[in-house]
Design a protein around this ligand. Sequence first.
Ligand code: MN
Length: 290
Amino acid sequence: MSIKKIERIIQPSGTHFVGDGFKVHNIIPGIQGLSMQRMSPFIMLDYNAPHYFSPSETPRGVDVHPHRGFETVTIAYQGKVEHHDSSGGGGIIEEGDVQWMTAASGVLHKEFHEKEWSKKGGIFQMVQLWVNLPAKYKMSPPKYQAISNQDIPKVQLANNTGVLEVIAGAYNGINGAASTFTEVHLLNVKLNQHGKADFSFPAHYNTAVLVLAGSITINEQNVQTNAFALFANTGENFNISASENAEVLVLSGEPINEPIAAHGPFVMNTRQELMQAMHDFNAGKFGELV
Ligand code: MN
């Protein structure tokens, strides 16, 4: 077993709005050249770093839109999101909760700030991640996992120096809350001052760390708030330590080595399947949602 080294650190770039409710840094597939294949199965990552939204009687967000061929994962750190989709899924993603939506063969959904939260306004912080599906599951039925924070297994780090939430995959033999189609580890790590955690993933897994709060040290290299540290596909082990309170999201997954044909909200394997997705969407085959 050897050290997994950082290949590059992607500093936060400019932000853009998704709808009018999400002010995000787009990290995957980033303008910095981090492709869908490079981070497969993580094919999209938008990070809404803490941002103040003023009170609004009309909730901000993204209105009805389709997805096909992958899963959308929303992690709410601050603020609340209300969701509805055409397969009947829906609910409120509260602070600390995770929504794991398998769009697969296709859903329509909408994502807005929760009504009461919107009226008060406040600091909003959220991650949206797209996890690709292998070809054989792309047309399987949609599925919806509403994972409340209390259902996410927690691992106490040594000497009470932090807590690790296992959203998906496993850490030290503790299995995560979400069921996944391929090997995916998604860990939310809260370190106290002088906290430290060790990680080990297969060398070929695409692995990265997003710093949500504070600054951290990975293998003795400093990584600042909002930066994204991408690991090389060699070595297995790394550690994260913090000299102040910090929070990070650790992502590691087995690459899906298949062609990617992507256009907007559709991620398939071939151009023909993309055309089919657009055709099916226009024909109303993704169901109905008002
Ligand atoms: Mn969406």
